[in-house]
Ligand binder design. Structure first.
Ligand SMILES: *[C@@H]1O[C@H](CO)[C@@H](O)[C@H](O)[C@H]1NC(C)=O
Ligand SMILES: *[C@H]1O[C@H](CO)[C@@H](O)[C@H](O)[C@H]1NC(C)=O
Length: 741
């Protein structure tokens, strides 16, 4: 087993974040300011006698409630950020202490759902990148779950099984990074100095490009041509597939790792490669990705049964061939490893523009908040780039009694032939298999929630396990960020909707986690679950102060009044602090500005729709729906505009109508306010009771400049459609005139 003596230096280290003291002092000052604001709001509450301004009282109470809500969210955010920790691994110690033979087997699950939205040429790159991990290949098994049940995807995987014979030795020999061929050839196009490598490089590049061309041709064609169909008997299974929603299970072991004949061109073993399309039937709900993952859990347990499971989305390739070894540093650590259920890697993207125009990177969540959750023992499982202990996913409770495990896992015995094994596995992926079992409840991923990953991670933590958040400098996985605004907003709608749904269910962290996970962790979870309802307070702040400005109702102290200080301090202090964080963690000023804009966009659209969808669901008026976000764009111009960081509207959507209306409303009010300021020259700006409302309104106009540009100053297809513009103008004018008269 382990080499060396009884004293083991740890395999990983945990370091607290720097700069915590300034953060805590700043938070204390904000807290004091919040108290002042509350005192002001309560003391200066308009009395009933101001009958003429009855509206003022209600507007004022609304401001108070909105500010209370923001304070609650702020407190949760401080809890999250209180003491972030960062993790560092020692892979050299791991390799000193463990022989290659005793390393555990790793089962890798790649999920894809639709060959049109997630093209096979992308999926194969993810598959190849994880097949080429720097790890004994006989201990790797890769499973592709295809919920689209597409023979195009199957064909692509068949091509992978052949190409891997060349690609894996090439990666080993030249220590190629990253090991997704597409990413590698894109990056390395002109830096092959090594002449020994040059010829092999050229030939393997040619092989890859030919393969890609073949796959793309069939994808374009939409079906498998006859001569390809003859290449593998597996294609015959599609003769029985009537539709994507109604077909039998298809299991195909494309590379059988147990077979000594499965070797690459250098005679080294190849990882196992399995294609799975689970049974679908109109009689059973398929439970989306959670259902696919559970089928994979069962099928893989029969084929390779690796004790560690990696789950990646099909658009997320591995950017570091050593990630598996990093993860083992956590799981195999003698002192703490036994209590760790999963290791979640940071989400990172390959496709971000310089200033991350849709704020897809969620920089602060990745760099500060998740490390904060980590300090309470429980970063959440976010669905991709996560390594699990198999038994934890399958519902095992943590117990303190000595946790000894034998992960010794040599090449599996060849008891059944691959075809017998396929037959045995088919049953496991059938719809009826889960009838009257705990699958989807206490076993595997939980069903019935759009964010099955979060709720599953929470359940694992409530069974006593800990999790780890790992965010190395060089990212472990790179995904594709949505290149269009609507996709980004819809994605956030799904997340905030799912999170809010958890809050309203029996899995609410405060109840479900009571006495099972630490209180700060429960509260940290709540921060994300309050996203959707935050739309109410935010929309109030985006609309009411402006409308009140129009009507002549003052809601803030004037600039010379000392009570203005806490308002100004909180607003600008928080903004400046977050700008500072962005710059510290490698962001740019414009990226921060884009993030501020996207926050406003999400709050006024994604969260609003998520909130009402949930309420309607609670009242049982509508049913849940799941939208896959299309990430690959056909229109070349969309990519060009994305690279220019032009916000892509381009479609009609109620979301855009709301955004445009809000922007226009604030612009009208701002114009009226300016006019009044200029005409009325008795009053200085500082003594004007509307000064803060003017500033708020002006900032909203400023942050919405790209929306105005999209409405009035752009000719390309990504502009806001004229019909949306007209609708929004009408709506904004109607709102203003109702207020004025
Ligand atoms: C991905 O890996 C390459 C090395 O192959 C590295 O240079 C790059 O920084 C990594 N990307 C990220 C985002 O970490
Ligand atoms: C990702 O971005 C790169 C450049 O930023 C671009 O070449 C590529 O087409 C984009 N991919 C997708 C899927 O949008």
């Amino acid at each position: 087993m382990a080499k060396g003596d009884d004293h083991y230096p740890p395999l990983f280290e945990t370091k607290p974040a720097k700069g915590i003291v300034p953060f805590r002092l700043f938070s204390a000052s904000i807290f004091i300011s919040i108290c002042f604001i509350m005192v002001y709001r309560v003391n200066q509450m308009p009395a009933k006698e101001e009958a003429a301004l009855l509206g003022r009282k209600w507007a004022w109470i609304g401001m108070l409630l909105a500010e209370l809500w923001f304070s609650l969210c702020w407190i949760l955010n401080v809890v999250v950020k209180w003491k972030p920790v960062y993790r560092y691994t020692y892979k050299d110690r791991l390799s000193q202490r463990y022989d290659e033979e005793v390393l555990p087997g790793i089962d890798i699950f790649v999920c894809t759902a639709d060959a049109m939205v997630e093209p096979p040429s992308m999926v194969i790159n993810t598959v190849l990148s994880v097949m080429a991990y720097d790890y004994p290949p006989e201990k790797l098994s890769i499973y592709l779950s295809d919920d689209g049940c597409s023979d195009l995807t199957f064909y692509a995987l068949l091509e992978v099984s052949r190409f891997a014979e060349q690609w894996l030795p090439f990666c080993r020999k030249f220590k190629v990074e990253p090991r997704s061929p597409e990413a590698y050839f894109q990056r390395a196009s002109d830096q092959v100095e090594d002449s020994a490598m040059a010829s092999e490089w050229t030939s393997i590049k040619k092989l890859y490009e030919d393969m890609k061309a073949r796959i793309e041709t069939t994808t374009k064609l939409g079906r498998i041509p006859e001569e390809i169909g003859k290449q593998h008997e597996g294609f015959r299974k599609w003769d029985f597939v009537s539709s994507r929603q109604d077909h039998q299970t298809i299991v195909q072991i494309l590379i059988d790792g147990r077979d000594s004949k499965s070797v690459d061109i250098e005679g080294q073993p190849l990882p196992t490669l399995v294609y799975l399309a689970r049974e679908k039937s109109p009689k059973y709900h398929h439970n989306f990705k959670a259902g696919a993952m559970n089928a994979l859990l069962r099928v893989s347990s029969r084929i390779s049964n690796g004790p560690i499971i990696l789950n990646v989305d099909c658009d997320m390739y591995s950017n570091n061939s050593e990630s598996v070894r990093d993860v083992l540093c956590f799981f195999l650590d003698e002192e703490k490893g036994h209590e760790i259920a999963f290791v979640q890697f940071a989400q990172a993207f390959d496709n971000l523009t310089k200033n991350d125009v849709y704020s897809s990177s969620s920089r602060l969540i990745c760099e500060v908040e998740l490390p904060g959750l980590d300090s309470y023992g429980g970063p959440c499982y976010i669905g991709s780039g996560c390594f699990h202990r198999r038994e934890c996913l399958c519902g095992k409770k943590y117990s303190k009694s000595i946790y000894k495990e034998e992960w010794k896992h040599s090449r599996l015995k060849m008891e059944e032939s691959a075809s017998v094994l396929e037959e045995l596995c088919r049953v496991l992926a059938n719809c009826s298999y889960e009838d009257n079992t705990q699958w989807g409840k206490e076993m595997g991923l939980k069903y019935g929630c759009p964010v099955e990953d979060i709720i599953t991670g929470l359940a694992i933590q409530c069974r006593g396990w800990k999790s780890i958040y790992y965010n190395p400098e060089r990212k472990g996985f790179l995904g594709v960020a949505p290149p269009m605004l609507l996709q980004s907003l819809v994605q956030h709608k799904r997340w905030s909707e799912g999170d809010f749904q958890i809050l309203l269910s029996k899995h609410c962290p405060l109840l479900y986690g009571y006495k099972k996970i630490p209180l700060p962790l429960q509260l940290s979870y709540c921060q994300y679950m309050l996203w959707a309802p935050s739309c109410l307070a935010s929309l109030y702040y985006f609309v009411v102060p402006s409308l009140c400005l129009l009507k002549g109702i003052a809601l803030f102290p004037e600039m010379l009044n000392p009570w203005v200080i806490p308002f100004v301090y909180i607003f600008f202090g928080n903004r400046l602090y977050s700008l500072g964080e962005y710059l510290c963690y490698g962001g740019t000023f414009l990226e921060w500005l884009n993030d501020q804009r996207m926050r406003i966009f999400r709050r006024s659209t994604s969260y609003l729709f998520a909130f009402f969808d949930n309420i309607l669901k609670l009242l049982r008026i509508t049913k849940s729906s799941f939208i896959i976000t299309a990430k690959v764009v056909d229109d070349e111009n969309v990519s060009i505009r994305y690279e220019q960081e032009l916000i892509e509207f381009g479609a009609t959507s109620p979301m855009f109508t709301i955004l445009a209306t809000l922007a226009l409303l604030n612009a009208f009010v701002f114009a009226v306010g300016l006019k009044r300021l200029v005409m009325d020259d008795h009053q200085t700006f500082a003594a004007n009771p509307f000064a803060l409302q003017m500033i708020l309104c002006g900032l909203l106009v400023f942050i919405n400049l790209p929306v105005f540009r999209g409405m009035f100053f752009r000719m390309d297809k990504g502009r806001i459609p004229t019909s949306t513009t007209f609708q929004s103008i009408t709506l904004a004018l109607v709102a203003c005139s109702i207020i004025l008269y």
